[in-house]
Design a protein around this ligand. Structure first.
Ligand code: DSN
Length: 416
């Protein structure tokens, strides 16, 4: 940092400010986490300098011996961690990973069917304004109004009617377990390829805390940086028969040079995820989420689907504050240092930019070591802030308690 400060004080100051922001606020955004120092070290390494278009031992450039080994280690670890036949560790993000699958497996104009975005799906599962919805025909399935959960019998009927070429199982705002085996059976019956996108739950899957999609799916995609606690980026896992096509789809189909520094950091995070402590960590993510959910419900907040089985939950703000939007509620909480995001809830009457929900997740606060007692305190603060309609004095008082929690549970010390 001292060298960066001397060379570029403007950016150095901003990085320091972001570290301070992370250290002085509590992160409830369900898709965020704090990486370890070894992951960050690999990410900030000289590997960023190397062009390595291609794959280990079939590169376009010379000088790739070392990065070949780095990528091979990452591939071998990913295969072992996920129990997959083949791994591609080059996607720059989760959307790239999903687009890679579409490019490898279907032609433009074919049909993708995924979970409705407003019920918890993802942009890259066929949203009209996303490339997945522009180059392909799309259809969607969703949760049931009564239960706010997927009913796989109904999904089956919809899939058999729509006859998609690719069925996408997976979500970014769904708090219940996903039955990948049932999705596998539905895809088989419909003659569809099954893509399971486990971006949110990858850390839970690899530690056995969530049913494993790998045996039931043609492709599994994930990001690396959510419950898996690695660097930002994507991964694709697939059966051997798709190996060649998926590699060609990512390079040269979709991307140029892989980010070797990011691939090294992915490898470090895979190693970390194989350690026994990581399983303890992901179990704690879930038990913290259950505590958070029950504290919220005890205070009268309605949770979508009535609770959580994983790392996240959706709070229906209307249940106690019919006139308050998720947008305003998220801003009040952020002012006190409690950072989350507004989120549409299934069958929301408000547009997504306002939204009636808040999405809370526990991966980042669990990394910092918060447990049941701290979560109880945190939810007390959340309730007070929201019920005061963001009263300045209440926010200031809550901010002091947040500051104490942050001090007691620091983010990894990146030696800034
Ligand atoms: N943006 C991610 C999330 O917050 O869930 C999904 O890509």
């Amino acid at each position: 940092m001292q060298r960066l400060e001397r060379a570029d004080p403007e950016i150095a100051r901003l990085i320091t400010a972001e570290h301070k922001r992370q250290n002085e606020t509590l992160e409830l955004i369900a898709s965020e986490n704090h990486v370890s120092i070894p992951v960050l070290k690999a990410l900030g390494s000289v590997l960023t300098d190397k062009y390595a278009e291609g794959y280990p031992s079939t590169r376009w450039y010379c000088g790739c011996d070392t990065v070949d080994s780095v990528e091979q280690v990452a591939i071998d670890r990913a295969k072992k961690l996920f129990g997959a036949d083949h791994a591609n560790v080059q996607p720059h993000c989760g959307t790239s990973a999903n687009l890679g699958v579409y490019l490898a497996a279907i032609k433009p104009g074919a049909k993708i069917m995924g979970m409705n975005l407003s019920h918890g799906g993802h942009l890259s599962h066929g949203l009209k304004i996303n490339v997945s919805g522009q180059f392909y025909k799309t259809a969607c399935y969703g949760v049931e109004k009564e239960t706010e959960q997927l009913d796989l019998d109904i999904v089956r009927k919809q899939v058999l009617e729509e006859k998609p070429d690719i069925l996408v199982a997976g979500a970014s705002a769904y708090s219940r377990k996903i039955d990948f085996e049932a999705f596998g059976n539905i895809a088989k019956e419909a003659g569809a390829i099954l893509l399971s996108d486990i971006a949110h739950i990858a850390g839970l899957v690899v530690t056995g805390q969530h049913p494993d999609p790998t045996p039931h799916s043609d492709f599994v995609t994930t990001t690396n940086h959510k419950t898996l606690r690695g660097p930002r980026g994507g991964i694709i896992l697939c059966k051997s028969k798709w190996a060649k096509k998926i590699d060609q789809a990512i390079f040269p189909g979709l991307q140029g040079g892989p980010m070797m520094h990011s691939i090294a950091a992915k490898a470090v995070s895979f190693h970390e995820a194989m350690q026994p402590e990581f399983k303890t960590y992901t179990a704690k993510i879930i038990s913290n989420a259950k505590t958070m959910a029950s504290e919220l419900m005890d205070k009268g907040w309605r949770l979508v689907s009535g609770g959580t089985d994983n790392h996240l939950m959706l709070i229906d703000i209307r249940s106690k504050l019919p006139d308050v939007t998720g947008h305003d509620a998220a801003i009040w909480l952020a002012t006190a240092g409690i950072v989350c995001n507004k989120n549409a809830i299934p069958f929301d009457s408000r547009p997504p930019v306002q939204a009636s929900g808040l999405r809370f997740g526990t991966p980042a606060i669990t990394t910092r070591g918060l447990g049941d007692d701290e979560i109880k305190t945190l939810i007390e603060l959340v309730d007070k802030i929201l019920m005061s309609h963001g009263d300045r004095e209440i926010i200031d008082q809550a901010g002091k308690v947040v500051a104490e929690l942050c001090k007691a549970f620091p983010v990894p010390n990146y030696n800034m």
